[in-house]
Structure formats: C-alpha cells, structure tokens
Design a protein. Structure first.
Lengths: 77, 573
C-alpha cells in the first residue's frame, strides 16, 4: 500500500513511490539520494510534528514534517 | 595541459577540506557535519616546477544552489579552472549526480574517491577501473584524513582533459548513475557496529533527548572543570609568581604617576599589582585574555572539536528542530548558535547554511543579542562568579529567556514562515586525536592573533580617553540612561564604549567600579545584548546587508534598554 513518510513506523522499510514536491525540494531530495524507486528505512519520527529521519543507501537524512507528508512510500503491510 | 587553478567541488561533508589541507598544507577547519565550510579558501600546491592554486569551496548537492554557501561554490565554478570532484565512496550513487553535472559542462575533472578506507570497512567494494571507463575521467581512491592516495591524486592530475559538453535530462542522468553503480559497486553484508547502534539511539526521540541532555551536561562540566583548573593551577600562579614581580620592577623604573606607568602598568593597589583592577596594557591587558579567557576558550574548543568530529551536531539539530521552529528557525540554525558560543564571528558566518533571508536575519539577530561568546562568558564567570555561582546562572537565564522571547516576537512579526529542515546526518566517526588537536591549535592561535590586539587596543583607548577627560564628557551625556534607567554609575559609560571593541575586557572593566551584585548583573547582561563586538558587526553587515544590519542593530539597542530597565526594577540588591 502507498502511504506517506509520516505514516511509516520507525524501523519499517519501503520503496519511495513519488515525491509530490516543488521542483526545488524534489531536486534536493533526489540529489541526496531519496528518489522514486529507492528503498528506504524509517529511522525515527519526532514529537509534535517534528522531523522524520530516514535511511537511504548508507546515509541518514532528516526531513521536516511538511516535506515528509509529500513523500509517498510503498510499503508491505 | 597547463594547470593554473583547481577547484575542490563535491557534496557537503565528503571531506573536501581534508583533501585541501593535504594538498596545500593550508590550515582549514575540518569537521564531520555538512556546512563546515561556508567560504572558499585558497592555497598553493607544488606540481613539478609549477605552483598551482587550489581552492576549497563549500559543498553542494547540485549546480543549482539552494543557500549562500552552495552559491559560493557554484560561482567559483563559473570562474573557470579544473575541478577535483571529491566524492564519498560510501555514497557513490548520490555523489555521482554532481559528477555527471560537471562532466556535462565539459569541465576537466579528476575524481577523488574519498573515505576509501571507510567504504571498505562498510563492505562496499568499488571497481575503480570500471568507474573510470564509465565516467571517462581519472578516478583516484583517497583517504583525506590519513593522506593515503593523495600522492596518486597529484600524479594523475595532468590526465585531466576537457570533454565535449552535452545535455541530458535528470532522468537520463539517474538512469546512467544506476547503471554505473550496478557495474562498479559490490556490497557485502555485515553486522551493525556499536557506533551505528549509537547513531540510531541518538536520533530517536526518547533516547535521543536523554543522550542530548547527557552530552550537554558533560560538555558544561568538562568546560568548567578544565577552565577552572587551568586558571587555578597554571595561569594564576604564572602571573602571580612570575609576571607580577617583573611588573613591579618595571613600575619602580617608570615611576608611579608618569604617562608610561599609567598606560603600561595602570594603577597600583596598596603598592602591589591587582591584575583585575590595575588596567595597564601589560597588567590587566595581558591578564584578561591570557589568564581569564584563554583557559575557557581552550576547554570549550577542545570539547566542541570532539563533538564536531564525532558528528554529533546534526543530530542535536534534528532534536532541537521543533523548538527552533517557534523562534522562526529550523533545527540546523543551532549550528551558528553553537559556533557563536565560541566566538560570534564564525557564528555569523555560519548563517550561510540557512536557506532564506528571513531565517538568516533571525538567526544572526538572536545570536548577536543573546549568545555571549566564550570570552565574555569566561569573564562573567570570573567576575560575577566571585559573588556566587547563582548570579552567573541568573545572567544566563535572562539571556536564554531573551533569546526565546525575541525569537517568538520575530517569528510573529516578520513576514513568511520558517523553512523546514532537510539535512543529511553523517555517520559517527571516532575523533582522531591529532585532528582534534590541530583544529584546537588553529582556533587558539586565531584567538591570540585576532583577539589580543583588540583587548590591548581597548585598554589603551580607555586609558587615553580617561587622561583626556573625554570619558567624563560622554558619561555626562549618558547619565540619564545609565543611572536613571539602568541604575549603573556614570563611569560605566567607558565599559560600554570598550564593549564595541571587545566584550571580555569590557566585562573586566566592571570590576574596578565597585558595583553591587545587582549592578553587576545588569551591566553584564547589557554588555551582552546592546551590540556585538566590532568584528562580528562587520561580518553581519557583509552577510545581511546594511539595511538588515541596521534593523538588527535597532533591535539590539531596544532590547538592551528594556532589559536593563526591567532588571533595574525587578531585581533587589
């Protein structure tokens, strides 16, 4: 099923489905390694609409809450 | 081909500065977090008979900049030259995007495959030959921190050649990268290391906050312990036992009351020298920066250097993100704040890693108002601490409250919203002692070279103004504010004047005024708030522009007026 990054549970893995962002956000996320088709693992999410951290390849990235909502991920549940 | 200028270009935190330092021997700050380098640095390297200019540029993910630091890198590239494209071997795929962008422009490129040893430890094997064939550019595995492979890199530089520019879409680039990675990289499975488990723990909400609290407590404790003991067991005995007798001899030679005695030695207290009261160039002018401030600068930068090299700061940024949003900033703005605690100048420069103008303005203004530098902190601890540690705590509490209030107001008043955090979190790396000491040495000698002249200038300036009775004139003018509003004696005007130059010596000048504890708290707080030192101010003008700096200045003055007046009303003696 397709969910957004916020709905992913910590420790869960999935494949990035789509990034519904502005051009700038998409380009930056892509160049940081987060682009459609990539396998990611959600590492943690912080309280009160805090940043979400994910692991892509060997790198962890922290993504703000609003951005995380625009990152759609395919997970198996 | 003839090589004149070579640029180091690469993603943030791939080790460009480490390679730069290896190539040129030039001293630059190297840390384990993205955005360490915000300005370009030039250095020279010998290549055969020729001397080649090497430029270390800030990191960038793409050639379309998203903040001022990245903009610096892209602009440098526009000025021509050859490129050493530094890429992180543990993150081949992501790094190759910039490589392809560079090749697409036809720029002559050599690829430095950095962190080669790290990649091997992580079970990543890269076929360098294949990668070279695919990229049609020389690729050299290196390790910037140990220097391994740097010789090969230099030897192969003449192989760089311009290629024919071409155009490809992002999709095509990513497709090509996928193919290259598949052909050249092999991963072998291995178990998670202890460091990686720690990495995860320090970024999860509960354990992360616990660790952050622990780290901050230990930092505070270590800085204080080291600073206090250095002063007590090294610098005070040194000045009391060695320097003092020497100064007394000089004093006798010059004769009390003479012009030179006044400037060099200052006032004698009961026939002896009181290093915190005499206020001569050679007495207080030396004692304040060396025996009161330097020990704390040393202990702070030692601890900061270890945290930087470990890679802790970005994790703290993520944990603080929520809180910082209330102030109109995102979490990564703690980097300028933390650097500002050492010295406001690098703090102001570090605002370049923030994306938007509003954010830069808020971060710079808050830092200038409410983050005292370590020199100032050391003096507050030394001076106010004599009256009791709780009074020092009061000052820091006031400043922290001011930071929050001011941030809340600015976030409300200024148009726009704070952008969201988007930052990579580097893996933990065990700090190497040599690297930590080298960086500490750079910062300490920087302090001695840049701060000492200002301190001495400040002491000189005060003595001359006193002799010429110019201070009396100013204190007459400012008495209504000083005495009426803030409850300070009118002599404090000279403190504020010197505060423009340097904060540490200015705080030190509160000592001889025989202030009550309340006045001491008010004076120290106002000194922190009303204006940053001149060195910081110059950077603010450069980074924010004249108009925004004036706005910021106005806020500092208003904040100082209000905070001084309210403290005068609220505090009891």
């Amino acid at each position: 099923m397709i969910i957004d990054l916020i709905q992913m549970r910590a420790g869960e893995s999935g494949v990035i489905w789509e990034i519904q962002g502005g051009h700038g956000l998409m380009r930056k996320l892509y160049s940081m390694g987060a682009r459609p088709g990539k396998k990611i693992i959600k590492v943690s999410s912080h309280f009160w609409r805090g940043p979400q951290t994910i692991e892509v390849d060997n790198m962890q990235i922290a993504v703000g809450f609003g951005m995380a909502r625009r990152i759609l991920v395919a997970v198996e549940r | 081909m003839n090589i004149e200028k070579i640029l180091l270009i690469g993603n943030p935190n791939v080790g460009k500065s480490a390679i730069f330092s290896r190539l040129t021997g030039a001293k630059v700050i190297i840390s384990n977090y993205p955005g360490t380098t915000v300005e370009f640095t030039q250095g020279k390297m010998k290549m055969g008979e020729e001397s080649v200019m090497i430029i270390d540029a800030p990191g960038t993910y793409t050639l379309e900049p998203t903040c001022k630091a990245e903009d610096v890198a892209c602009r440098m590239l526009g000025e021509g030259g050859l490129v050493i494209n530094v890429i992180d071997a543990t993150n081949l795929e992501r790094n190759l995007y910039l490589t392809l962008q560079l090749l697409e422009k036809g720029i002559p490129v050599i690829v430095a495959l950095n962190m080669w040893d790290d990649a091997k430890h992580r079970g990543i094997n890269i076929d360098v030959k294949k990668l070279e064939e695919n990229l049609t550019a020389p690729v050299v595995p290196v390790c910037g921190l140990t220097g391994e492979g740097i010789k090969d890199l230099v030897l192969r530089m003449p192989e760089m050649k311009p290629s024919k520019p071409f155009v490809s879409t992002d999709g095509q680039k990513w497709g090509k990268i996928g193919k290259i990675v598949e052909e050249t990289q092999k991963l072998t499975h291995r178990h998670r290391t202890l460091l990686e488990i720690l990495e995860d723990l320090s970024i999860k909400p509960f354990s992360g906050l616990l660790i952050a609290a622990g780290v901050m407590y230990c930092t505070f404790w270590a800085v204080r312990f080291l600073g206090e003991n250095l002063i007590r067991h090294m610098f005070e005995p040194l000045f009391g036992g060695l320097w003092s007798p020497l100064m007394l001899r000089l004093s006798a030679f010059l004769g009390e009351g003479s012009f030179f005695h006044h400037i060099l030695i200052g006032n004698l207290a009961g026939g002896g020298i009181d290093f915190s009261q005499s206020f001569g160039l050679l007495t207080t002018g030396f004692f304040v920066p060396i025996a009161m401030v330097f020990p704390y600068i040393l202990s702070f930068y030692l601890v900061l250097g270890i945290l930087e090299d470990l890679g802790y700061l970005p994790r703290l940024a993520v944990l603080m993100d929520n809180f910082m949003h209330h102030l109109g900033l995102h979490g990564y703005a703690i980097i300028p704040f933390i650097l500002g605690l050492g010295c406001n100048v690098p703090g102001a420069l570090a605002t370049r890693i923030l994306e938007e103008r509003r954010e830069k303005f808020i971060a710079a203004t808050l830092m200038a108002i409410a983050i005292p530098c370590m020199a100032q902190i050391a003096m507050i601890v030394g001076l106010v601490g004599q009256r009791g540690g709780k009074y020092v705590a009061v000052i820091f509490f006031i400043l922290f409250a001011l930071l929050i209030i001011k941030g809340l107001i600015l976030n409300r008043v200024l148009k726009g919203v704070s952008p969201e955090i988007l930052v990579e979190i580097p893996p933990y790396r065990i700090p190497q002692i040599q690297a930590v000491i080298k960086k500490l040495w750079m910062r300490l000698s920087g302090f001695l070279k840049e701060a000492m002249p200002f301190v001495l200038l400040g002491v000189f300036f005060v003595n001359v103004l006193h002799m010429l009775r110019i201070i009396d004139f100013f204190s007459y003018i400012f008495t209504p504010v000083l005495t009426g509003l803030w409850g300070l004696p009118k002599e404090a005007v000279s403190v504020l004047m010197v505060g423009f130059l340097r904060k540490d010596i200015a705080v030190g000048m509160l000592g001889p005024l025989n202030l009550t504890t309340k006045q001491l708290i008010i004076g120290s707080t106002i000194l922190a708030v009303y204006f940053p030192c001149i060195a910081t101010y110059i950077v603010l003008i450069r980074e924010l522009g004249v108009k925004d700096t004036l706005k910021s200045t106005f806020m500092m003055l208003v904040a100082a007026l209000l905070i001084g007046a309210s403290l005068n009303l609220v505090l009891v003696d």
